[in-house]
Write a protein that binds this ligand. Structure first.
Ligand code: DX5
Ligand code: ZN
Length: 225
């Protein structure tokens, strides 16, 4: 599957969000990662459907990957679908009825994903893997940008990579947290194909150069060079 670079707008300049998102897309980003935090499921408060719609109204056409860190989940799904989301991912701990929530995301015309915190077991996948379009592994504890990549995420990626391959389904494997130019090669080698990076991209002086370096590292992992 084509690798996708997904800058997390948590580290963007919120005072000029439309322009910063346009800039990162012009610099080669593939999709926009949109972190939604509620100061309840995670200890931080960010942005909701109105901001997603504002980006669409501004003219942003790239896929928007909404990462819900909210509890409860279900009632905000139609709002994000109406606001222009393409992917909606949620944490299984935040939904009483995980299978129903996945169905709601699909019924609202979006691609659905489950998100696993570093200590969350993968057992949830046993019964719903084939219903998913994307699986997101957190390589930091959710809530903040700029944290250090947790190394045990690499073996978890390898495990999920095998499960996806065994299923024969087109399911993306996304990684989120502490992804940088200098570790993305190992992350790609472990099986990720969708790479969220917030501080590493928005904190760099030259978005194009950073994204180009990330893409080169991913290519090197794939070709074994
Ligand atoms: C953390 C968020 C991440 C965050 C990643 O809860 O889900 O998307 O923005 O930021 P970096 O890439 O700086 O670790
Ligand atoms: Zn995220």
């Amino acid at each position: 599957m084509k690798p996708l670079i997904a800058p997390s707008i948590l580290s963007a300049d919120f005072a000029r969000l439309g322009e910063d998102v346009s800039a990162v897309l012009d610099a080669g980003a593939d999709i926009i990662h949109f972190d939604v935090m509620d100061n309840h499921f995670v200890p931080n408060l960010t942005i909701g459907p109105m901001i997603c719609k504002s980006l669409r109204d501004f003219g942003i056409q790239a896929p928007i990957d909404v990462h819900l860190m909210v509890e409860p989940v279900d009632n905000i799904i139609p709002d994000f679908a109406g606001a222009g989301a393409n992917y909606i991912t949620f944490h299984p701990e935040a939904s009483r009825h995980v299978h129903r929530t996945i169905g709601m995301i699909h019924d609202n015309g979006c691609k659905a994903g489950l998100v696993f915190n570093p200590a969350t077991p993968l057992d949830w996948l046993e019964h719903v893997l084939e219903d998913l379009d994307i699986i997101l592994l957190m390589s930091v504890n959710p809530g903040f940008g700029g944290q250090k990549f947790i190394d045990s995420s690499l073996s978890k990626l390898e495990t999920v990579r095998k499960l996806i391959d065994q299923s024969g389904k087109e399911i993306r494997l996304e990684i989120d947290g502490g992804v940088k130019v200098d570790n993305i090669k190992n992350i790609a080698a472990a099986g990720a194909d969708t790479f969220v990076a917030g501080s590493a991209i928005f904190g760099s002086l030259d978005y194009s150069a950073t994204i180009a370096k990330m893409k080169a590292e991913i290519k090197a992992a794939r070709t074994g060079s």
